[in-house]
Design a binder for this molecule. Structure first.
Ligand code: PLP
Length: 404
């Protein structure tokens, strides 16, 4: 049977202790043992089904982890307090002093800053490469390289990583392929395509209500166990634990992810096609003009579409700012970082979510001043939204490609 991430989630059922249709929330940081020996065995990781302390694991976090592992097709998963908590734990777990990482250069600004400014303090260096150029990826690998890191759909340029090809390279060089799949939950299943570890910022589409930050690491049983190890596990020792109340609410929101993703994708495709027809400089993986449109089609789970993110170049930062302010005034969306909300969110990443990347590097990767990143919302009448957005662009004199 074909892999279907949403069906996998739907097939999981958990009941509360009194027969509730949702599992009970574990409202404890610590757990009692009837026998002292069981506590010792649990500490050593030898006792299944027992809980010790909620930084290590809790029933609520395990439910959410199981559902996300099912979604990504991995053996296990560990939820964390934020996406950065997941990313930093994975990188610190897999690397030691003297190791090297090959990373896509177009990644979330926080991840870039972590690799560029933080991990070198521990003797871990990173080469940033154009992930769409497989020869450059291969050429950047050296004898110390441990990780190949990328985002399936990159933030903010929406470049697509050829996960199958990257997995082949990773296997040849005995590297771990770590993929951040935050932009494309359900659409792309990196582990099924060959990734070793899949990460999400749950803050975005998966939770979908912009009321919390959260993250998850999906991988093999051995890897997830290693992260939780009381002696040397990064998740256990760095401590980015999600609170049980939150994981219970994220699990409930996860139940509707498939419906939301289809609508985000449908709305984004509609707007991208219309803006392109009008001659605006728009980038969306669902457009044939996207340089990796065919690659995306060879990787995606078709029913969930091309995702909720698109970019539009307003020509200059000044124009981008004016447009975002006007759209917000007309209630078309909010000028905000983050993504995956019911309402459209937009920002100019060069000065916001990617501002950690130096200007010359932004320029080199094609991140222009006037680029606006849109996370398209769940608008009921997207035709109405389109007309109103077009009115905003025309009234501000945003140029179409023909006039640039
Ligand atoms: N990965 C991507 C692609 C992101 O866009 C973000 C945040 O914007 C993160 C990771 C970090 O996640 P969090 O803010 O939940 O720590």
């Amino acid at each position: 049977m074909e892999f279907n991430p949403a069906d996998n989630i739907q097939d999981l059922q958990y009941f509360g202790e009194f027969g509730g249709v949702n599992p009970s929330i574990s409202d404890s940081s610590t757990y009692t043992f009837l026998a002292a020996k069981s506590m010792m065995d649990t500490f050593e990781g030898n006792l299944e089904g027992c809980y010790l302390y909620s930084r290590h694991s809790s029933p609520s976090n395990l439910y959410l982890g199981q559902a996300l592992a099912a979604m990504e097709g991995t053996e296990a998963a560990n939820v964390s307090a934020s996406g950065m908590g997941a990313i930093s734990s994975v990188l610190m777990q897999l690397c030691s002093q003297g190791d090297h990482i090959v990373s896509s250069r177009t990644i979330y600004g926080g991840t870039y800053a972590f690799l560029k400014n933080f991990t070198p303090k521990f003797g871990i260096d990173t080469s940033f490469v154009d992930i769409t150029d497989l020869d450059k990826v291969k050429a950047s690998i050296n004898e110390h390289t441990k990780i190949l890191y990328c985002e399936s759909v990159s933030n903010p340029l929406l470049e697509i990583a050829d996960i199958k090809a990257l997995s082949k390279i990773a296997k040849e060089h005995k590297l771990a392929l770590v993929v951040d799949n935050t932009f494309s939950p359900l659409q792309i299943s990196p582990a099924v395509l060959g990734a070793d570890v899949v990460i999400h910022s749950l803050t975005k589409f998966i939770n979908g209500t912009s009321d919390t930050v959260g993250g998850v690491i999906c991988g093999s049983n051995d890897f997830i166990d290693s992260l939780r190890n009381v002696n040397d596990g990064a998740s256990m020792l760095l401590g980015p634990v999600m609170d049980s109340l939150r994981s219970a609410s994220v699990l409930k929101n996860l139940r509707t992810l498939h419906i939301r993703m289809k609508k985000h994708s449908e709305n984004a495709l509609y707007l991208a096609q219309k803006f392109e027809e009008d001659g605006y400089k728009v980038m969306y993986p669902g457009l044939k003009s996207h340089p990796q449109h065919n690659l995306y089609e060879s990787l995606y789970n078709e029913e969930y579409g091309f995702g909720g993110l698109l970019t539009l170049d307003a020509g200059s930062l000044e124009k981008a700012d004016e447009l975002m302010e006007l759209m917000q005034e007309r209630n078309l969306g909010y000028l905000a970082v983050s993504l995956g909300f019911y309402k459209t969110l937009f920002n100019a990443p060069g000065t916001a979510t990617s501002s950690e990347i130096p200007l010359d590097e932004q320029k080199e990767m094609g991140l222009t001043d006037g680029l606006i990143r849109f996370s398209i919302g769940l608008d009921n009448h997207i035709e109405r939204t389109y007309k109103d957005m077009k009115y905003c662009m025309e009234s501000l004199g945003i140029l179409t490609l023909a006039k640039i």
